[in-house]
Structures are given as C-alpha cells and as structure tokens.
Design a protein around this ligand. Structure first.
Ligand code: HEC
Length: 234
C-alpha cells in the first residue's frame, strides 16, 4: 500500500510536469497591471483624448516652474518683431553667477566649443568653420566676440538676451543650454575678451574652496623659482 502511494505521487508529479507548457497563456496574478500591460497607442494615432483618459506622457513642465538648483529665469521676455525695448533693457541685467573657478571655466569652454565654436570660432573671432571668412555654408558673419568693439563692451545681460532669444541669423540656444549654462558661457566669453585680461582679474575674486588650492599652488609655484635662483647663486 505504501509502495502504491509513493508510485502514484511520482506519476502525478510527472503528469503535472509534462502539463507545464513552455508558453504560459495566463499570467497568473498580476501585482501591478500597469507595468505588465502597456497601453497600446498606434503610431500617429490622435493623442488629444489621452489626457481625458488620465494618460499623461511627454508633458512640458507647468509654466513658471524651475528645476531644482536652476537659476531664476531671465526676467525679460522676447521682444515682439520690430520692438527692441527688452533688448535695450537687458543691458542692465548682471550675470547672476559668481566668477567661475578653473573647473567651471573648463566646462564653460567645453559648452562654448560644442554649441558656439562652429560659427564664432575657437578663437571667438567670428570665423568658425561654418563661416570660414565668407566661404563657408553659413552666409551671415557671426559676431567677433573676441575683439569686436561692440561685443567687448556688450553687457552680460544683453549677450544672454541674444543667446536666449536669438539675434539676426543666430537662433536661440535656450533649448540646448540651461539658464546656468548660458550664463557660464557668457562668463567664458568675457574671460577671453581683451586678450584674456579679465580672466586674470576675475581669478583672485573667487573665494570658492576650489580656488584656494589653486591659489596655494600658485604661491608655492612662485616660491619655487626663488628657491632655485638662490640655489644657483650658491
Ligand atoms: C549658426 C551660427 C552661430 C552659432 C552656432 C552661434 N552664433 Fe552667435 N551669432 C551668429 C551670428 C550670425 C551673429 C550676428 C547676429 C546679428 O548681429 O545679426 C551672432 C551674434 C552673437 C552675439 C551678439 C549678439 C548681439 O546682441 O549683437 C553673441 C553674444 C553671440 N552670438 C553668442 C553666441 C553664443 C554664446 C553661442 C553658443 C551658445 C552662439 N552665439 C552660437 C551666429 C551663430
């Protein structure tokens, strides 16, 4: 009797095993159905009714919201065509970012080279590969940000206005660069103007922790040659 029950249990187990198909047709209990079954939307199907059904995707942030850690948005709106009131007003807006330290300046340079260098050139002289002194595919001469008198004296705020809303043949860079990144790039441009004189003037003003080791490094670097000369004198 005992043998029979053991055999029957084994047989049942084999039967149960063989019934288990590779393809399961029923998913069993689904804990979070939203994750298991996607809502099928056909390509190019009208999506205007989705919000009514409570399906939200790819939505823009609510107007006026600012992401964490981002600077406040530029207070001036884009001028209407033919109007320059806000463009003129933008000269009064100062760069809200404090002077950049060496690491931030390197990043600002990278952003400039990626987004602006193609037209304004690596030397900021307005002669990037897209313009090539008038030969390039881009016909409008980009501003000479390095030495053009108009741009050397152009306040940060007005540069920001043009980079944010576009100017002439130059488009807006508001979607490529965040508010902070745009102000950083302007710091970079300003640091390069006048043969980079402003960069040197700006450096001691930084009181960030990052600037301190650099200053200390500079001090030791300054000391070293002095030590060397005394060594030579001996
Ligand atoms: C597609 C080429 C192109 C690119 C890329 C480009 N610019 Fe320009 N930029 C121009 C042209 C052309 C002008 C001259 C516009 C005018 O005065 O009509 C200009 C003008 C400017 C001015 C002067 C604006 C003024 O108010 O007169 C600034 C500042 C400037 N660009 C900064 C930038 C920065 C920063 C970037 C990168 C984020 C950038 N540009 C990317 C073509 C470009």
């Amino acid at each position: 009797m005992k043998k029979l029950s053991i055999v029957s249990v084994l047989v049942l187990a084999v039967v149960a095993w063989s019934c288990n198909e590779d393809v399961r047709r029923t998913p069993g209990h689904v804990y979070m159905p939203d994750m298991a079954y996607s809502r099928a939307i056909e390509t190019y199907a009208p999506i205007d009714t989705l919000a009514k059904q409570g399906i939200h995707y790819n939505r823009l942030p609510v107007a006026g919201t600012i992401k964490r850690g981002e600077l406040l948005p530029f207070p001036l709106a884009k001028d209407k065509t033919g109007d320059t009131a806000n463009y003129v007003q933008s000269t009064h807006i100062a760069n809200p970012l404090p002077a950049l330290d060496a690491v931030q300046m390197k990043e600002a340079e990278r952003l400039y080279l990626v987004n602006c260098g193609i037209c304004h050139g690596t030397a900021l002289d307005g002669n990037g590969p897209l313009y090539k002194g008038g030969e390039g595919p881009f016909s409008a001469a980009p501003a000479n940000l390095a030495t053009g008198p108009k741009y050397v004296t152009m306040p940060d705020g007005q540069m920001f206005y043009s980079v944010t809303y576009g100017k002439g043949q130059m488009g807006s860079y508001a979607s490529q660069l965040s508010t902070t990144q745009r102000w950083m790039v302007i710091h970079y441009i300003k640091s390069k103007q006048g043969g980079g004189k402003q960069a040197a003037a700006v450096a001691p003003a930084t009181d960030s922790a990052a600037a301190k080791p650099a200053a200390a490094g500079a001090a030791t670097a300054a000391k070293k040659p002095a030590a060397d000369t005394t060594a030579k004198k001996k």
